[in-house]
Design a protein around this ligand. Structure first.
Ligand SMILES: [Cu+2]
Length: 120
């Protein structure tokens, strides 16, 4: 392989990483009245990563962490002042109340995992 091909491959990989972590917008999942919303924590993504919830009402998020790497160990809701330690393989319920309509980000401590609560 010549250097030109290697450079091109490198750029393609970088673009894929940028897209994966910052640009991809998974489908929003809407909270259905009762029960917890399950969020799988695995492979660097929260699934679902975009969740619609009603503003001003408590909503329970059930984090199911499958990724054992330390990167996945916390779920932080900066604007809501919530920090949760996620056990591996054991669901953890986190109840949050978005005070106003708007978007509330939740992330791991390194901001590699990223999710958004959309309060309406
Ligand atoms: Cu992380």
């Amino acid at each position: 392989m010549n250097a030109w091909v290697i450079n091109l491959a490198g750029i393609a990989v970088m673009m894929l990483i940028v897209w994966w972590f910052w640009l991809s917008r998974p489908q929003a999942r809407r909270a259905s009245g009762a029960g917890a919303i399950e969020i799988i924590v695995d492979n660097g993504v929260y699934t679902p990563a975009r969740i619609e919830v009603p503003a001003g009402k408590p909503v329970t998020l059930r984090f199911v962490r499958k990724d054992p790497s330390p990167c996945a160990e916390k779920a932080l809701f900066d604007e809501l002042g919530i920090s949760a330690d996620l056990p591996v393989g054991k669901p953890l319920d986190v109840t949050v109340t978005p005070p106003r309509p708007g978007e509330y980000e939740f992330t791991c401590q390194m901001r590699m995992y990223r999710g958004t609560l959309v309060a309406r």
